[in-house]
Design a protein around this ligand. Structure first.
Ligand code: ACO
Length: 424
């Protein structure tokens, strides 16, 4: 629970003073509890929730100015380099890093749930084969709610916990099948002797014709790190969407499908796809300078730059850049798009326009380049993000359902017509 500081903010309205309690968290700015404003007949107004904490949470802390990202207190760079993705999942879901025994138990549980009901495979056939993979993901993840609805009780702790495990386990299978469907290859079933990241890459790239397909361990390590770096990011648009949908008591698989929908947009999860499209459009290093002029005249945005909360640097981008260098040198890739990306980064970091606006590369600037090197097509980038973020979404959903919560129901400043009569 947040601690009351004893301090109060005083709001004066029509000559009357309203005292608003101030609470402290363990880190971050104090918050002013504005609920009592309602009794005065007023709402607060904060489009985009720029200054509004919508909930209390113990999962993730971000200090955007200092470039800090902590999961359950642990810095993201330590988790990305010293823990596996599944250990990070356990941490997000339960609050602690697992012991060796808990780790093996959790990994086994996830392995036991990697298959999806075979009927789910038939949903894919309903989609056009050129459908965007995120459209397919919204559909098939939402469809899981049809398989786990009767008998599901949101008040039951065991039901909630098994839902979290199922989602973490099944989402790579659905993501890989989404890819296979779009390229017309048969679905590859999960292999439980492989690690989480290896299994995902196996389902993506193995075919029945290549029975001995081996996953490159460097790529599996990079994939695992990409998953970890995207695992959670406190109350962003997609997580808030999952909480809002979940606050009505809706089926959790449907809530995750809502999160996937919110993630799809280019201002959120669609950014790494947009980075590669932007690099394609720019074409060559000579075109970078004129492109930057267009950015400054606001004709276009520099994708992969800027962040709503990180206004100095994105701590995930640093680890991602290191991983990017590792993957490219291990694979001996000399990608001209990389040179282009580095030139964009160099100009942007030294140009007053970007410095004044505190625009720095975000995690997606580098993740797109790594995913391309791994052989993942651009349209699948946001799907990878959704796969990795599923644990964050379901951790927030679990946290919300573990204590008292209210249905999310924002108010509005109405500026439409006043009441009028139909005149015919
Ligand atoms: N390129 C050029 N200019 C930019 C960019 C950008 N990528 N981002 C912000 N700006 C400019 C704005 O035009 C504005 O300039 P002004 O003060 O002259 O009007 C100023 O910087 C502040 O921008 P805001 O829009 O207020 O910043 P906000 O916090 O609302 O937006 C956002 C953050 C949406 C991420 C934005 O920076 C953006 O669209 N970036 C590109 C998309 C992207 O990479 N998204 C990934 C986010 S990370 C993630 O989801 C994992």
């Amino acid at each position: 629970m947040s601690a009351a500081t004893g301090k109060k903010a005083v709001l004066e309205l029509d000559g009357k003073k309203i005292e608003l309690p101030i609470y402290s968290g363990t880190l971050g700015p104090d918050v002013i509890d504005v609920k009592d404003v309602l009794a005065s007949g007023h709402f607060t107004f904060d489009p985009g929730f720029m200054a509004t904490a919508s909930c209390e949470s113990k999962i993730t802390f971000i200090d955007g100015d200092k470039g800090v990202l902590l999961h359950r207190g642990y810095p993201i760079a330590q988790l990305a380099t010293q823990a596996s993705y599944l250990e990070t999942c356990y941490l997000l879901l339960s609050g602690e890093l697992p012991t060796a025994e808990q780790k093996s138990d959790f990994e086994n549980k996830v392995r036991n749930h990697t298959m999806v009901h075979d009927q789910v495979s038939r949903f894919f056939n309903g989609f056009r084969r050129d459908a965007h993979p995120m459209a397919v993901m919204c559909g098939v993840v939402g469809a899981l709610s049809a398989f786990y609805h009767n008998g599901f009780d949101v008040e039951n702790v065991d039901h909630r916990e098994i839902t979290a495990v199922r989602l973490v386990a099944k989402i790579p299978t659905l993501a890989a099948w989404t890819y296979k469907y779009t390229i017309g290859q048969p679905f590859v079933y999960p292999r439980n002797d492989l690690s989480y990241a290896e299994n995902f890459l196996y389902m993506m790239f193995a075919t029945p014709a290549d029975r001995d397909y081996k996953v490159n361990p460097i790529l599996a390590k990079a994939m695992d790190r990409i998953f970890t770096l995207h695992a959670d990011h406190e109350q962003n648009a997609s997580t808030s969407t999952v909480r809002l949908a979940g606050s009505t008591g809706a089926n959790p698989y449907a809530c995750i499908a809502a999160g996937i929908a919110a993630l799809w947009g280019p201002a959120h999860g669609g950014a790494n796809e947009a980075v590669l499209k932007m690099l394609d459009d720019i074409g060559t290093v000579e075109n970078v300078a004129p492109f930057m002029e267009k950015v400054k005249t606001k004709e276009v945005k520099l994708m992969g730059f800027g962040h709503r909360v990180y206004k100095n640097f994105d701590p995930r981008a640093k680890v991602m850049k290191e991983t990017c260098d590792e993957v490219l040198s291990a694979l001996g890739i000399n990608d001209p798009q990389l040179a282009l990306a580095m030139e964009l980064e160099r100009i942007a970091l030294s140009d007053p326009y970007f410095i004044e606006r505190k625009l720095y590369p975000n995690v997606d600037f580098y993740s797109g380049i790594i995913l391309k090197a791994i052989g993942i097509p651009t349209e699948m980038f946001t799907v990878i993000f959704a796969l990795a973020r599923t644990v964050g979404w379901i951790s927030h959903w679990l946290e919300m359902h573990s204590g008292p919560y209210k249905i999310g129901r924002p108010r509005q400043l109405y500026t439409g017509e006043t009441q009028r009569d139909i005149k015919r």
